[in-house]
Design a protein around this ligand. Structure first.
Ligand code: AVJ
Length: 319
């Protein structure tokens, strides 16, 4: 077998090869978000079972003025994993009343989502300047490229995809690019009843199943794969001991799958799973500890009446 370097794998190939070569196969959740996947995710956010989006939106709506008054004047806004920036609009609505203009720097892996965000924000907010940035969280230097005071948004509970140590590492690297007085607004999903959690990741309409299986379709499209998406089953489960919802794709039969661009033929046993996502759920206490470990002082944490979701505001202090 030739090495990765020799084959000069581009785009998603290296990550797919690495993940599918493991004894316990896995694919990184950021691969969900090609154009198809981003569109499916937008549908997920509107599902009756998928409470996180509307719950967080309600928290932001109820507290936007207070959040904006705590972060000071003339802030610029950066956002990690901005997507189509739908919830961001709630904060921008308050912010444009407090300052003459807002520079907004959204980062996302999806070019399509960012383009949509930019067009819609330009149409609706005359005083918001949008500077989109396509990429993952490896290089966060764009955060420091403009002047303080800054507000960094990491809402939508995307941090739930990360292991605890990686989540703290990410917050530390955010903090590294910020200065005293700069703020971080972090949204996370909270631990709750198992049935509510599982339903949110296994909806009646099958949109989340389609979102999960789109990973296989994407490999078919981009890497010349021949995955039969009907021969894999969407699995969503609550792993209570580590407080996370997991998603898997389970092979419903013994089968072989060819992926041309990787020059691989993969063998799956019946019941074998590809682990596609972890979505960690927090308590307010663990959220605030994580903020502190990441280098932020917690100013305030807001939740909804059911305590299903939490949004926490942290600040960098003089050290
Ligand atoms: C975008 C990571 C917050 O974990 O709830 C939704 C992704 N996966 N349904 C989540 C997702 C399945 C979502 N995040």
């Amino acid at each position: 077998m030739t090495t990765l370097e020799q084959r000069c794998l581009s785009g998603i190939a290296a990550e797919v090869l690495e993940g599918l070569s493991r004894p316990h196969r896995a694919l990184p959740p950021k691969l969900f978000y090609d154009e198809e996947g981003s569109a499916l995710f937008e549908q997920i956010t509107c599902l009756p079972e998928y409470y996180p989006t509307r719950t967080e939106a309600a928290i932001l709506t109820a507290n936007a003025d207070e959040i904006c008054s705590r972060i000071g004047r003339d802030v610029s806004v950066s956002e990690l994993g901005a997507g189509t920036a739908t919830k961001t609009r709630i904060l921008l609505n308050s912010l444009v009343r407090l300052q003459p203009s807002v520079d907004y720097f959204p980062l996302d892996v999806s070019h399509a989502a960012l383009q949509l965000a930019k067009n819609e924000l330009n149409a609706d907010f005359e005083t918001v300047n949008v500077y989109p940035h396509v990429g993952d969280f490896e290089d966060l230097s764009f955060l420091g490229a403009h002047a303080s005071p800054r507000l960094v948004l990491y809402i939508g509970s995307s941090i739930g995809n990360l292991e605890q140590s990686d989540a703290i590492g990410l917050l530390k690297s955010v903090a590294h690019h910020l200065s005293p007085g700069d703020h971080l607004l972090l949204g996370v999903d909270l631990v709750k009843d198992r049935d509510v959690l599982v339903a949110a990741y296994d909806d009646q309409a099958g949109i989340t199943a389609a979102f999960n299986k789109n990973l296989l379709s994407r490999i078919n499209r981009e890497l010349g794969g021949n995955f039969d998406t009907d021969a894999f089953q969407h699995v969503a489960l609550w792993n209570e001991s580590v407080a996370r919802v997991e998603m898997h794709l389970e092979s419903t039969q013994a089968q072989q799958v060819r992926i041309d661009a990787l020059d691989q033929t993969l063998t799956f046993c019946r019941g074998e799973r590809i682990h596609t996502e972890n979505s960690y759920k927090y308590t307010v206490g663990r959220l605030e500890n994580m903020m502190r470990s990441g280098g932020f002082e917690v100013e305030h944490t807001w939740t909804d009446p059911q305590s299903w979701f939490a949004v926490s505001l942290g600040v960098i202090t003089e050290s």
